[in-house]
Design a protein around this ligand. Structure first.
Ligand SMILES: [Zn+2]
Length: 113
């Protein structure tokens, strides 16, 4: 057995999938997840790891899935949406729209700084 391993060790660079291993002892694979906002998160997992059905978006923190067409819905615990829903409960749609526009403008201003 020892002899066989030594021979295999000399063939680094020719993995079973034809991928170069470059000395990385743990082969990894990249999985892409899509959130409701269309962000892509591509964490990599150990080849033998169980790939989770969902992943938190690296950009907005929403749950993301591998199904680009059907990303998971945002949970109700998202602070911004919860606040907006709260505001909408108390005000007319017009007021809600104005508040949303105001919030978006504040957001854009913050991003341009
Ligand atoms: Zn996202």
């Amino acid at each position: 057995m020892v002899g066989g391993n030594a021979i295999r060790g000399s063939r680094v660079g020719a993995g079973p999938m034809g991928e170069a291993e470059r000395g990385d002892s743990a082969p990894r694979r990249k999985v892409t997840y899509y959130c409701e906002h269309g962000h892509e998160s591509s964490p990599s997992f150990a080849a033998e790891a169980v790939i989770p059905d969902s992943w938190d978006c690296i950009r907005c923190g929403l749950p993301a899935s591998q199904d680009r067409e059907h990303p998971p819905a945002a949970p109700r615990t998202e602070p911004y949406k919860t606040h907006l829903a709260y505001v909408k409960e108390r005000r007319s749609d017009e007021d809600g729209a104005a508040i949303l526009e105001e919030a978006l403008q504040a957001l854009r201003k913050r991003r341009s700084l």
